[in-house]
Ligand binder design. Structure first.
Ligand code: CO8
Length: 373
């Protein structure tokens, strides 16, 4: 089996920015509009009045202060409440390929590689904007990589699961150099009219390059020590969006076709699974949590991450041990832990251990232990 190194990473940040305050102002304008339109029914008890959202709640409950989006037009308009994204023709580059390529170019530059050095592209994210041809194959053509490419969807764990797939492909010889790309365009799947979730997601793209260790200069990158994936079915984070929707026009546009969750239940059910998963992974490698210099955790909820960090390392942990990016980027599905890795890995020294871990819909949990070379 070949050894595998993560030799570069890249990040694309969308051009538009939305603060909690702007989002809440628009949501509350929608609430006023809804309650006025339905005043009679509300008074008769047939319809429940909607309640205001609040920036203070959002920041306290989630740690999110802000998010980036690809297209802002429409999102804050209480009559529209979704990004108005003009459709591109089949001859134009898809938006998801475009942002994936941007992150991929940065990752290639960091790895000192050219596109033709890559022989596998994996696009891994919560949604692809179409089923086929694969986004990865469009990116392969546009970038000029060789070999093959495919897409895979495992919601928030897509990035870590894809790193595992890439690592397996290199270890077993079906590829030598792999680009894993996470173009997460979450904003079109947000229900901006749902108080419980209107603040959760933002858009972003990340990428990492993985290579067979013998091809990477000494002292460069992070060697993959070991990795693990876990899944356990749950309906508590769900979107029913899919290619069957149009076959029942009476339900095609209902709210269940957007992201929805039982956030409290997710919190309660996922945490013990994460603890157990990480305990077992570390035990299998005879490692103690204290052996890790850095934890690049999934960025869904600050409180959830603090529970994970406290369980692993106790109360006295410096914030830089498990850096947060969700205050600026919000939840970006699978890309969150990779943003943290990209921004907060340059200071690690040879021999330092790091843990990249995701957790989310499915349920799914992924963990990748790396060592700085
Ligand atoms: N403003 C003011 N008050 C509010 C708001 C709001 N916006 N929303 C809810 N409240 C109120 C509630 O009504 C409730 O009031 P009361 O106590 O009177 O009933 C109170 O605040 C508390 O509500 P919650 O119990 O719901 O609040 P929580 O503390 O649980 O926080 C969270 C809500 C932030 C959603 C939290 O539960 C959470 O983050 N849980 C973890 C969820 C998680 O990690 N999910 C992972 C999802 S990501 C994933 O898997 C990828 C999916 C694919 C990508 C999708 C892209 C679109």
């Amino acid at each position: 089996m070949k050894q595998v190194v993560i030799s570069g990473s890249g990040l694309y940040t969308p051009p538009h920015s939305i603060s909690n305050e702007a989002l809440v102002e628009s949501f509350n304008a929608y609430v006023d509009m809804f309650n006025l339109e339905n005043a009679g029914l509300i008074e008769q008890g047939h319809v429940a009045a909607l309640s205001y959202s609040s920036s203070e709640f959002i920041e306290k409950a989630s740690g999110i202060k802000h998010r980036y989006v690809m297209v802002k037009d429409g999102i804050l308009d209480p009559e529209i409440m979704m990004p108005l994204i003009p459709e591109r023709s089949s001859e134009e580059l898809s938006m998801q390929a475009e942002i994936g390529i941007d992150a991929a170019r940065m990752a290639l530059e960091n790895a000192n590689l050219k596109p033709e050095d890559i022989d596998l592209v994996i696009v891994a994210c919560a949604y692809t904007q179409r089923a086929y041809p694969a986004m990865a194959i469009e990116i392969q053509r546009e970038l000029g990589t060789r070999g093959y490419g495919y897409d895979m969807l495992v919601a928030c764990s897509s990035a870590t699961f894809a790193i595992v797939q890439a690592s397996n492909a290199i270890a077993t010889g079906s590829a030598k150099r792999v680009l894993v790309i996470n173009p997460e365009i979450c904003s079109p799947q947000m229900n901006y009219r749902d108080r419980d979730s209107h603040f959760i997601f933002g858009d972003v793209a990340t990428a990492v390059v993985l290579e067979e260790e013998s091809l990477v200069a000494e002292g460069k990158g992070f060697k993959i020590v070991s990795s693990r994936c876990f899944t356990d079915f749950s309906n508590n984070i769900r979107s029913n969006f899919g290619h069957l929707n149009r076959c029942d026009p009476s339900t095609a546009h209902q709210a269940d076709k957007l992201f929805h969750q039982q956030g409290r239940k997710v919190f309660k059910e996922l945490l013990p699974m994460i603890y157990q998963h990480l305990d077992e992974h570390l035990a299998a490698e005879a490692l103690k949590p204290q052996s890790f210099k850095r934890l690049w955790l999934h960025q869904a909820n600050i409180n959830m991450n603090q529970f994970v960090v406290r369980k692993l390392l106790g109360d006295d942990v410096l914030p830089e041990t498990a850096p947060t990016v969700l205050d600026e980027y919000a939840n970006t599905a699978s890309a969150g832990s990779v943003i943290a890795f990209h921004k907060y890995s340059a200071d690690l020294e040879a021999g330092d251990l790091g843990l990249l871990s995701s957790f989310g819909a499915g349920y799914s949990i992924g963990s990748v232990i790396v060592k700085k070379r």
